[in-house]
Design a protein around this ligand. Structure first.
Ligand code: GLN
Length: 240
């Protein structure tokens, strides 16, 4: 079996090394004997086909880069929507998360989103920057990470990825962070999110592998003792 990972716009949206998430997914598949191929789709490329793609990844970036990407991705709106509704796995980080919504309202302009999730984002006064820890119904371990965003995202009736136990999250007030919808995981947690949270990586990989092979019985266990020690260290550091 081979899992195809499509990395959208690594040349524009790769803040804090979001690309580390791609490497983490690839390695954790290969360690289990599952072949993995990464396709990078940059702003110079002219089209992509989601027909045999298993995982789509969109990272985060500045408002300027995000605007360029939004403009380009609107051409693929229907294809991405169909892929999501057909249970395609999509991981979106920060700017990538915001652009899945209806719009991102800045001080002087509004950037149209892909309208794949029923959410919207508005720029707030101060940036929300710092470490963040979540409790999630999707995995038993806590999720640790780093956030840096000016936008506040309002997710309506969507299910959040987790509840904030330290940090800001979607909108600084609701204690919700991210969105999980079908096989979409969208989050403000930047940079090497998946290496820090192997259980979340495996949740994402399982969804993708199951869709490719409905007879799949679950991922082989890996020795994550080092990763879990690092994760636990951060959880303890920010425990209230
Ligand atoms: N430009 C967006 C914001 O500031 C997203 C930032 C990011 O991806 N770090 O809200």
């Amino acid at each position: 079996m081979k899992i195809k990972i499509l990395h959208l716009y690594p040349d524009l949206l790769n803040l804090y090394g979001d690309k580390g998430n791609i490497e983490c997914m690839r390695k954790r598949l290969i360690w289990r004997g599952i072949d993995a191929e990464v396709i990078e789709y940059t702003s110079d490329d002219t089209g992509f086909d989601l027909a045999d793609v298993d995982i789509v990844f969109i990272g985060g970036g500045s408002d300027r880069e995000q605007k360029i990407v939004c403009g380009k991705l609107l051409e693929h709106k229907e294809a991405i929507k169909n892929y999501v509704e057909d249970n395609g796995t999509l991981v979106a980080v920060c700017g990538g998360y915001q652009l899945l919504g209806k719009y991102y309202k800045l001080e002087n302009e509004t950037i149209d989103g892909l309208d794949i999730l029923d959410i919207y984002t508005e720029q707030g006064k101060k940036r929300l920057i710092g470490n963040i820890v979540l409790e999630s119904d999707f995995i038993s371990e806590k999720i640790v990470g780093f956030e840096n965003h000016g936008g506040r995202t309002y997710i309506g009736n969507h299910t959040p990825l987790g509840k904030v136990i330290y940090g800001y999250g979607n909108d600084e007030k609701s204690a919700a962070e991210g969105v999980v919808y079908k096989n979409v995981v969208a989050t403000y947690l930047h940079g090497p999110l998946l290496p820090k949270n192997p259980a979340l990586c495996d949740y994402i990989l399982s969804n993708a592998v199951k869709r490719r092979n409905p007879d799949f019985e679950g991922l082989l266990e890996l020795d994550d003792s080092l990763e879990n020690t690092a994760n636990q260290y951060i959880v303890n550091r920010f425990k209230k």
